[in-house]
Design a protein around this ligand. Structure first.
Ligand code: SF4
Length: 381
């Protein structure tokens, strides 16, 4: 394998990347200081999400919860609400749990011991390295999607990056490359280079500060790296929900925990076909009105389909058909509904939709209802 990690090569990469980062780095809110709390929040948010998408959520979140104490003392529902729109709500719960652990076990200060950082909920090897290097300048390596791609190209590493041997090789290389000083800047420079220059497709090698040190470029194989297995096609799911109206209010249910959507409100929804990401299936095919009655105790008259929303969640591709409905009788229950993970059914004034914690599909439906209330049997406010 080319691109061997000799001392001169390592020193040149460090020097060039740090010089490039000093002038080219993006001005990001969690880079303004070395506050480990802000770094942890940003890293939790950046899992599966781009920097550009995270920035406004980050500002909002740290505005509501400015430090470990504030976050640790908050109700989970408030934390999830402040996270709303980012998706991956498990990360919000892990962040909350991590803040509680920092307060309970470390007096409200992020520990500097790698084992203690790694022991925090939701913190894996990458995130521990990011916190320790960025907040405390400890020479801990990191490896995430961007820096992994950069490293694989610098080394002309052509194996599938998902293999154990690839991970070991690249973690070892990252550990060898991270400098004893300015470790935080160096790690961020690797990620920044991957984000801005060494992009997944068509890396802009002409603008790359380490192009002369890059083995993949020397061999002309940068477009073939990283080699990854194609992702399996998502599992198709068909669900249906009702927007059932009674006296200007809309029937909604709240899911209980544990699970991805614990604490979230949604329009009563049944599973129809395909995978079942949210455990909504009754086991047998069920008519929409019957399903809603079993979920909520309310008998609805289903009118026409008004909207169809498609969204992705984990490995599923879901189509949610939304129907307008009126109500024949019954009332929303206020006791747990066995088997479907619901804790509450309630009639909600559309003016209060903004106070509920909703997943992406729910928010899109709410937007459609507010946009065109008549289509759902509601009066325009
Ligand atoms: S030279 Fe090209 S492939 Fe190599 S690290 Fe730079 S941008 Fe990536």
């Amino acid at each position: 394998m080319g691109g061997d990690l000799d001392a001169g090569w390592v020193a040149t990469i460090r020097r060039r990347l740090l010089a490039w980062f000093a002038t080219e780095k993006r001005d990001l809110p969690w880079r303004a200081d070395r506050d480990p709390y802000r770094i942890l929040v940003s890293e939790m948010m950046l899992v599966q999400t781009t920097v550009a998408a995270v920035v406004p959520f980050f500002e909002r979140f740290v505005g509501v919860f400015p430090d470990f104490e504030a976050l640790a003392g908050a109700e989970e529902e408030r934390v999830v609400k402040a996270w709303e729109g980012l998706g991956y709500y498990r990360r919000a719960r892990q962040l909350h749990a991590a803040a509680k652990a920092v307060v309970a076990e470390h007096g409200g200060r992020m520990p500097e011991d790698p084992a203690a950082v790694l022991a925090l909920p939701g913190v894996g090897r990458y995130m521990a390295g990011a916190i320790l290097s960025q907040a405390f300048d400890r020479p801990e390596p990191i490896l995430e999607a961007n820096s992994q791609r950069v490293l694989a190209r610098l080394l002309a590493w052509t194996e599938d990056l998902a293999t154990t041997s690839s991970k070991k090789r690249l973690w070892d290389a990252a550990a060898r490359l991270v400098p004893p000083e300015q470790a935080g800047d160096f790690n961020q420079a690797m990620m920044e280079l991957g984000a801005l220059i060494c992009s997944p497709r068509s890396p802009r090698c002409l603008f790359c500060p380490v192009a002369a040190e890059c083995e993949a470029r020397r061999l002309g194989i940068q477009d073939q790296i990283p080699r990854t297995r194609p992702k399996p096609a998502p599992t198709a799911v068909l669900e249906a929900c009702v927007v059932a109206v009674r006296e200007g209010r809309v029937l909604m249910v709240r899911r209980s925990g544990p699970g991805l959507w614990a604490g979230f409100w949604e329009f009563p929804t049944i599973h129809r076909e395909g995978g079942d990401p949210a455990a909504r299936s009754f086991g047998d095919p069920v008519d929409l009105a019957d399903g809603v009655e079993r979920l909520t105790g309310v008998r609805v008259e289903v009118a026409g389909q008004v909207q169809s929303i498609t969204y992705g969640v984990t490995r599923y591709r879901v189509r949610l058909d939304a129907y307008a409905a009126t109500v024949g009788g019954g009332r929303g229950r206020r006791k747990p509904l066995p088997g479907k993970g619901l804790s509450e059914a309630a009639w909600v004034d559309p003016a209060s939709f903004g106070e509920l914690t909703l997943a992406a599909a729910g928010r899109r439906l709410v937007a459609a209802i507010i946009d065109e209330p008549e289509a759902w049997g509601l009066a325009r406010p």
